[in-house]
Design a protein around this ligand. Sequence first.
Ligand SMILES: [Zn+2]
Length: 306
Amino acid sequence: MPKDVIASNNVNKGVSVRKAKFLENTALFRCPICKNEMGARDFKSIVCLKGHCFDIARTGYVNFLQRADKTGYDEGLFYSRNIVSESGLFDPMLRCISGMISSKVTKSSGKSAMILDAGCGEGSQLGKIINDLHSSGIGKVQGVGIDISKEGITMASKAHFGIIWCVADLTNFPLMNEQFDVIINILSPSNYEEFARVLKDDGILIKVVPGNSYLKELRDIFYGEANKREYSNQKVIDNYRRNFRVLDIQTVKYNKVVDKNELSHIIAMTPLSWTVTHEKIAQAYDAGIDRITADFTIIKGAKKGR
Ligand SMILES: [Zn+2]
């Protein structure tokens, strides 16, 4: 495959910058069907040695799924999550992640540090982290965001220029082995086998899980007095420990003042509200909640045996 030719000529050929980002990084990808390496074709798709071909969408993402999966996430939900993210609810947590990445990435030299967001949703969190890293002047970083939701990735690709976005299955990343310096996995399911495969041997995995008090104002209303027992993330942490060597665990907990509009988007974005009745949701709207608790546990780890 003439990857080098494509990389140097794509601007002259009138290929959009969004597509060019993909075409220049084809070496990162492996075919999700036959696991062979991939290259560019006609400046508009990437194709493997056996001819499995995936088009680059106009906004610059690639859909690697064989068929559309129902995820429970729809466009409205991502729209709400995006508004909540832009309002800053996650910012202190994201800054903590950026800090962990900075201390790792400054040690690497030369080439771009590669950062994968596994389960990136509508992409605002990876977007903020990459912006943080760029403004802290730590050198070149390249973000790659993967999510199973086409709606999420479409939004991400429209909003965040310069990041590589893919629709793909977390159990079968369309990525070559040992490509990433950092994997982040925020409030999203994990596939440790795939994480270990695509992470470089000296790479780090940063996983964020909800802390005991995350959105407790909503939990209290949705689940009532009988269920005030605190939610525990210990099982998730134990599972992480079985798969990766834990280097650091940080708790980031804070309150954020919210108005009615923000509250409605927080309710709309959270899986908590999927399982409760309309009455409970109405109750939450009317309860006069004016601040929300954010509480995250951030686990940093390395591959076992390293
Ligand atoms: Zn193939």
